[in-house]
Design a protein around this ligand. Structure first.
Ligand SMILES: Nc1nc2c(ncn2[C@@H]2O[C@H](COP(=O)(O)OP(=O)(O)OP(=O)(O)O)[C@@H](O)[C@H]2O)c(=O)[nH]1
Length: 325
């Protein structure tokens, strides 16, 4: 989920960056041709066309992060090339390049790239005859420090947004939005690799009684504890989602057919042994389970698991029913 949000965010940044680059650099291509500074004009032309091609490619492949890193390298190398070619006249381009580098790659990578670039430019002979070297260093380091702090802060905000976007606030389980995305991803993965996947509905038995007898706050505690128990008995690749109310969904990838029934029943028994009312009575869970089969859609998968859940409740609860469809 975080990766998806980060990719979307990065694609938007790349789009804005390409528009700004075209409008910012194109006039200089014309000016340099008019001034007969052909090398500088060709470097600018190469920069703009490379950025447009790379940004287009990032949108086409939906893989913006590698492309962002390539563009960061490209603009940093280009600014060195243009300063070597044009001297002090192109010196000011270092500032937008430093700033944009922090939008393109991780803050620490941007910092390393920027410091290396600033140092390389400082070593160009005769460049600092006209401007003081200490001002050059100070202004660039100030800009890099501010951009670094801002980029770290932005990354944290994005991670928080992704968490809020995908997590159920009461229990900390993944939410329905994440479930829809991950079910689609599971189906395409299963279709591509023909791998085994289980989708299990978990529903607390007689949960209304817990609320009625011990109050809603106690009901909330039970929901949280169910999530905590379940999460501590599944693998990291197995994911638990709150479907709504006292109903949860587990997506379990790569589980061999002969282990499926025993895994689900062991989990059911564990929950029964560990999840208690304040008076010490066990709270049980029913399972409705459907394995991925070729031709499964999100709707058909949920329906098969839901039908199996209906059977589990009908059979008296505290049991697991596997869909036979
Ligand atoms: N405490 C608490 N209760 C909730 C929450 N969401 C739903 N519920 C309660 O969950 C109960 C669900 O009741 P039912 O659908 O009758 O299910 P049940 O009592 O578990 O019965 P079976 O599923 O048939 O075994 C209702 O009392 C809801 O108020 C929640 O976030 N917190």
């Amino acid at each position: 989920m975080f990766k998806q949000l980060q990719d979307k965010h990065q694609l938007s940044i790349l789009l804005i960056f390409s528009i700004v680059s075209v409008f910012g650099i194109t006039p200089f291509i014309i000016i340099r041709f008019i001034e007969n500074n052909i090398v500088a004009a060709l470097i600018d032309l190469a920069i703009v066309s490379s950025i447009l091609t790379l940004v287009g490619y990032a949108h086409y492949t939906k893989k913006p992060r590698v492309i962002s890193a390539v563009i960061a390298l490209l603009v940093n190398i280009s600014v060195i090339a243009i300063i070597i070619t044009n001297g002090i006249n192109s010196m000011l381009w270092i500032y937008p390049v430093v700033a944009v580098t922090f939008f393109l790659v991780k803050p620490i990578e941007a910092l390393i790239l920027t410091l290396s670039n600033v140092a390389i430019i400082a070593s160009i002979p005769n460049l600092f005859d006209a401007i003081p070297l200490n001002s050059y260093f100070t202004t660039n380091l100030m800009l890099a420090a501010c951009a670094f702090v801002y980029a770290c802060f932005g990354n944290k905000q994005l991670a928080l947004l992704a968490e809020l976007n995908s997590t159920d606030p009461l229990t900390g389980a993944l939410n329905r939005r994440a479930l829809n995305d991950d079910t689609l991803a599971a189906i395409s993965r299963a279709e591509r690799y023909n791998s085994t996947y289980l989708l299990a509905f978990l529903d607390l038995d007689f949960f209304k009684k817990v609320n009625d007898e011990f109050g809603h706050a106690e009901g909330d505690r039970v929901l949280k504890q169910l999530v905590s128990i379940t999460n501590s008995h599944i693998r990291e690749s197995d994911k638990l989602y709150r479907f709504g109310g006292e109903e949860f969904v587990l997506i379990i990838p790569e589980i061999p057919s002969k282990e499926q029934v025993s895994f689900i029943n062991k989990l059911r028994e564990t929950i029964k042994n560990e999840l208690k009312t304040p008076t010490g009575n066990s709270i049980t869970v029913s399972f409705g389970v459907a394995a991925w089969v070729p031709g499964t859609t999100v709707a058909s998968w949920f329906k098969r698991a839901d039908d199996a859940m209906y059977q589990a409740k009908k059979q008296g609860r505290d049991c697991a029913v596997f869909s036979k469809d």
